[in-house]
Write a protein of this length. Structure first.
Lengths: 112, 116
């Protein structure tokens, strides 16, 4: 069945450094991917998305890279700040399915 | 503008009881999604409602059910509660079923259900 998994459950990064969170997906038919950030005690918040016709998309301090050949997705956060500490989820969908499939999540801790 | 609101924030029940969770979407959003997030795990899709109808359902037993009202708010009902139903239940809304096509889901803070 479908699955979206993350390579690392936890990641610690020094404040100011860049971080990379990885995600593998198994459904080759997925064509829409989203990264969410979930802070403690809160619901997930949208960070950035990317469609399968792109391999890179940039936002403010964040970049998402998509490699469809190996079914891999990554989220790069530049110049990390304490407020970046959270659990990050990748999610995938296939057009017409209307059901995002979430991965387990990676806990990112920013070390001051 | 108010975001997605959920109630109650916390709910404690015993095995066999029934739980009802409520969700109000962002004004103008007609689609409501329910997800279950067990401790330390990812989000598992439960249900999707749009325009008052159930549009899609995740791999959960029939004792998980819900409905969407004419004002687009939604209820999630869990019958015959089991210990493993303990989780954070997240509601999200979006414009008319666009989550997969072009838009994001806006999540509420969740309702934490504890089954003793």
């Amino acid at each position: 069945g479908e699955s979206v998994g993350l390579h690392l459950p936890t990641l610690s990064v020094q404040e100011g450094d860049n971080s990379i969170i990885n995600c593998a997906y198994s459904n080759s038919a997925s064509d829409y991917f989203i990264w969410y950030k979930q802070e403690s005690g809160k619901g997930p918040q949208f960070i950035i998305d990317i469609r399968s016709n792109m391999d890179k998309r940039q936002g403010q301090r964040v970049t998402v890279l998509l490699n469809k050949t190996v079914k891999h997705l990554s989220l790069q956060i530049a110049a990390t700040q304490p407020g970046d500490s959270a659990v990050y989820f990748c999610a995938e969908n296939m057009s017409g399915n209307e059901k995002l499939t979430f991965g387990t999540g990676t806990r990112l801790t920013i070390i001051p | 503008e108010a975001g997605v609101t959920q109630s109650p924030t916390h709910l404690i029940k015993t095995r066999g009881q029934q739980a009802t969770l409520r969700c109000s979407p962002i004004s103008g959003h007609t689609s409501v999604y329910w997800y279950q997030q067990a401790l330390g795990l990812g989000l598992q899709f439960l249900l999707w409602y749009d325009e008052g109808e159930e549009r899609n359902r995740g791999n959960f037993p029939p004792r998980f059910s819900g409905r969407q009202f004419p004002n687009y708010s939604s209820e999630l009902n869990v019958n015959a509660l089991e210990l493993e139903d303990s989780a954070l239940y997240l509601c999200a809304s979006s414009l008319a079923g666009t989550s997969g096509a072009s838009g994001e889901l806006f999540f509420g803070e969740g309702s934490r259900l504890t089954v003793l």
